[in-house]
Design a protein around this ligand. Structure first.
Ligand code: 5GP
Length: 114
């Protein structure tokens, strides 16, 4: 898969506000936040889109979601709640082709999305 800006963040070649890390997942604040809290969780293994997932990725994707829920509890907005989003390809609005889970929190979020 081709190089993305997130690969550079993973290698610490460009700065990011990193708020979470474990063996498999990195979490950092979105540079263009859409809510008071907007964090991107990425697998350290680069996978371009949700369409590229295979059964071998099941545990990794579970750890990605658990990283987000761990962060929500750690930061204390789990009770009020939050939204998690994966965008996929053009109609999903994906712009960076390294799978990432958006975590949005800190205000009432509208539904459905536009
Ligand atoms: P997508 O549209 O692919 O679902 O989300 C990509 C997200 O990455 C966008 O919300 C965008 O603001 C964020 N983003 C793009 N480039 C950078 C960057 O260099 N640093 C950080 N922290 N976020 C970025």
């Amino acid at each position: 898969m081709s190089e993305t800006i997130f690969s550079k963040i993973l290698r610490r070649e460009i700065p990011a506000d990193i708020v979470y890390e474990d063996d498999d997942v990195l979490g950092f604040r979105d540079v263009n936040p859409q809510a008071p809290v907007h964090v991107l969780f990425i697998p350290k293994t680069p996978i371009a889109t949700l369409n590229d997932l295979t059964p071998e990725h099941a545990a990794l994707m579970g750890r990605l979601v658990l990283a987000a829920t761990h962060f929500a509890k750690r930061e204390g907005f789990d009770e009020l709640g939050y939204r998690t989003v994966f965008n996929c390809n053009q109609h999903g609005g994906q712009t960076v082709f390294h799978i990432h889970l958006h975590l949005l929190a800190g205000r009432q979020l509208g539904w459905p999305p536009g």
